[in-house]
Design a protein around this ligand. Sequence first.
Ligand SMILES: Cc1cc2nc3c(=O)[nH]c(=O)nc-3n(C[C@H](O)[C@H](O)[C@H](O)COP(=O)(O)O)c2cc1C
Length: 364
Amino acid sequence: MNRLATTFTGLEFENPFVLASAPPTESKRKILKAFEAGWGGVVTKTIGLHPVENVAGPKTIFQRTSEEKPYVSRNKRPDTVSHSSWNWELISDQPLELWLPDLEDIKTTYPTRRVIASIMAGAGNDEEMENWKKLARAVVGVGCDAIELNMSCPHMDRKDMGANIANDETIIREIMAAVKVAVDVPIWVKLTPATSTLVDAAGAAYEAGAASISLCNTFPSLPLMDPETLKFEVEVDGLVTSGGLGGLAILHQALQRVCDISQAYPDQAISGIGGIRGWREAFNFIAMGAGNLQVCTAAMEEKGSGGVGVKLIQELKDDMLDYMDRKGYASLEEFRACARHRIVQHAQVRRKSGSYNGGYLAAE
Ligand SMILES: Cc1cc2nc3c(=O)[nH]c(=O)nc-3n(C[C@H](O)[C@H](O)[C@H](O)COP(=O)(O)O)c2cc1C
């Protein structure tokens, strides 16, 4: 029996580890390599209909820190460990027409692995709703198992796209309604963590028929400036803009948000993303209620694997199985959400005196 097998949003996964929408899933070549290495699924790099052109400089940097005089920088130094990725990469620059035959080939070669197509269009008018439908129909037509709606890209100038729309419940419902009439596969909705109304946004998506929330995309953030040179660690002609922070640095914040959604909607599905480098981080997302796990930065950082985490997926599977052996778990479901009920309000935590917030709770 495959103890890592899961059923998530009605789809069977050989294992719950999925490459997130990003460079590791930007091409047929990389996706085939990822499946050969053993990933349970991929979410494709986001596919859109509007042409994109990336900045004239590096799109992603990997930042490291050290124990000695610790500071975060992309500069290569001895004895450093990974801190985060920072990127301002736009969605896929491969047009839909070229993606479709690639997706079909991938599904034919690996029929039992899950391919989730990430798609993105705008909002606010019928034409954009038609764009969502067109993208959805096209990718499902060539065999994609599910769709992930990108409502979370942190560096879109357009006000009707990406993270800019993620706290607008009306827009979430409109897009969901459009995509739902177009296709009959599970719809995952990827939200931005950068909103104070995340739980409401997730609620609107679930209510409108989302099979899962994917959380989280990168956190809007700025790169650092070198005090000596006054250059940003990444810039073009001296200029930079808000980009997205990923990797270990966002793990705790991602966990908290996954927990918020999981507590508010305990019967709904969540795909956990943000800072997963090994089975311990994956465990923590599962313990908060996630039933599926997505990885980006750690796979990109692995040297010699073409950026798809060949060693990483083997380790994730082996180490998780090892843990399950030690604990006697037959499946991930046996410990999923085991931590959720232990996240409480501050007043519910015992004070030094033995009381609970001065007896506030006892009086209730
Ligand atoms: C270079 C880069 C490009 C990304 N592109 C996309 C994208 O096109 N669509 C999307 O939904 N998320 C995109 N992401 C976000 C990742 O899918 C993921 O949500 C985020 O990096 C957090 O996971 P991590 O901590 O494992 O990196 C991108 C991330 C990086 C680093």
